[in-house]
Design a protein around this ligand. Structure first.
Ligand code: SF4
Length: 416
């Protein structure tokens, strides 16, 4: 018996399934772990693929302590079950044994185009294809994977795992057109003529700005863009500030530190406990020498043409009426300056405005594509999901959106 099967033996197979309730995808965790216990990994894969096709990836990068693992009953008195590791184990085994994902033929004869091959697009494509639809994914990058390949560094998620998981999805018979950018190589009207439905899932990978003075100086970068392009300035011997507290901030800070920066400071306006990044990621960043300035706001970036200094101010957390959690408020006269060479914004992201405008679809006040409760955009037959519609930006939430949208698209195609 290997260590993961031993781990599965600790699962209590709880009737109320708190772990499943906390999983964005609603994976039937007690049932798949029971099958791992019985060494029936093929059936465990069948149970998991009822709700997810990205188990090898989600099992490794999901913030499990904030989701399934954080709700595990075992965690009350001892260590919670390593649910993510067990999920990845089941998927890795399925790749090795070449287990198939179950399919039906309800949508035979229907053609669907998916624009964007990230977690949401891949999941939507897989669930539609397994219902029998003829599915083609259009992707602007040379490879599929979206944020998993062009956002999460390989020290957190190996490219081999991404390739294997995508290979399994594509083995369903999905067609792929890589290096094809919407608005450049084709437009929505072209696809509308050819397909019965279209799903937009090209994400939201443009770093938001902080709207502070000095943001346009040379040496100010977006975290999403650095991770996506892997084009970095020379960090050797330099001081770099990363503004933000989520996983993009952690991934960017760790990548920059590994590329030889002298000092990397993560500047976050709230306290450590309030960081959206997972604890493990914060710990890893600390171990690698990234420094954290909590309860600190960046007020101004100073320099002639390029970044030279950063003006920061200390904050205090104040519970205000109507707010769910304490709000950071600047402490008067607590400003101070830090010598800085580069500043990286990792305070959130939004969809690419230019591409969104080319779709001519209605958008929300935040620049996301507007959809109804069935993921349908302002145009009939065109659906959207994932970060593009403002879903919570984790792989599992994007995948959930893709899976739920596939169900809505299926209903639409069957009613047509
Ligand atoms: Fe097993 Fe923990 Fe889920 Fe209970 S909560 S079924 S112990 S994984």
């Amino acid at each position: 018996m290997n260590s993961l099967q031993e781990e599965s033996n600790r699962c209590l197979n709880c009737k109320v399934k708190p772990c499943q309730k906390a999983c964005p995808l609603g994976n039937d965790i007690p049932s798949f772990i029971k099958l791992v216990k019985e060494d029936n990994l093929k059936e465990a894969f069948n149970v998991l693929t009822q709700t997810t096709v990205l188990g090898a990836i989600c099992g490794r990068v999901c913030p499990h302590f904030k989701q399934c693992k954080g709700s595990c009953v075992r965690g009350i008195k001892s260590e919670p079950i390593s649910i993510g590791e067990l999920e990845a184990y089941v998927f890795d085994n399925a790749f090795k044994e070449n287990y198939d994902i179950k399919t039906t033929n309800e949508l035979e004869g229907k053609k669907v185009a998916i624009i964007g091959g990230g977690p949401s697009g891949l999941t939507c494509a897989a669930f539609l294809r397994r219902s029998g639809a003829d599915v083609t994914i259009y992707e602007k990058q040379p490879k599929l994977g979206g944020i998993t390949r062009y956002g999460i560094p390989d020290f957190r998620l190996s490219r081999e795992i991404i390739d294997k998981n995508i290979e399994k999805i594509l083995s369903l018979g999905i067609k792929v057109e890589c290096n094809k950018a919407l608005g450049k190589d084709y437009n929505l009207e072209d696809l509308e003529r050819e397909y019965d439905a279209i799903y937009l899932s090209f994400g939201a990978n443009v770093s938001s700005k902080m709207n502070i003075p000095g943001e346009n100086l040379q040496g100010v970068y977006g975290g999403n863009e650095l991770l996506e392009t892997s084009i970095h300035p020379n960090y050797k011997g330099k001081n770099i500030a990363v503004s933000g507290g989520g996983n993009v901030a952690m991934d960017t800070a760790r990548t920059i530190k590994r590329l030889g920066a002298k000092n990397v400071y993560v500047i976050y306006r709230r306290a450590k406990e309030q960081m959206p990044a997972e604890e493990l990621e914060i710990e890893e960043a600390e171990k690698e020498g990234v420094e954290f300035l909590f309860k600190t706001n960046i007020v101004k970036i100073l320099g002639n043409e390029k970044v030279e200094k950063l003006e920061c101010i200390k904050t205090q957390l104040v519970q205000k009426e109507g707010e769910k959690r304490p709000v950071p408020v600047n402490i008067e006269n607590s400003n101070y300056l830090l010598d800085m060479d580069y500043v990286v914004m990792a305070v959130g992201s939004k969809p690419n405005e230019e591409i969104v405008s080319k779709t001519k679809l209605e958008v929300t006040q935040y620049g996301n594509i507007k959809v109804d409760e069935n993921y349908m955009t302002s145009k009939k037959g065109i659906f959207a999901g994932g970060d593009l519609i403002g879903t919570k930006s984790t792989v599992a939430w994007a995948a959930r959106s893709g899976r739920n949208a596939s169900e809505a698209i299926k209903n639409y195609l069957l009613e047509e």
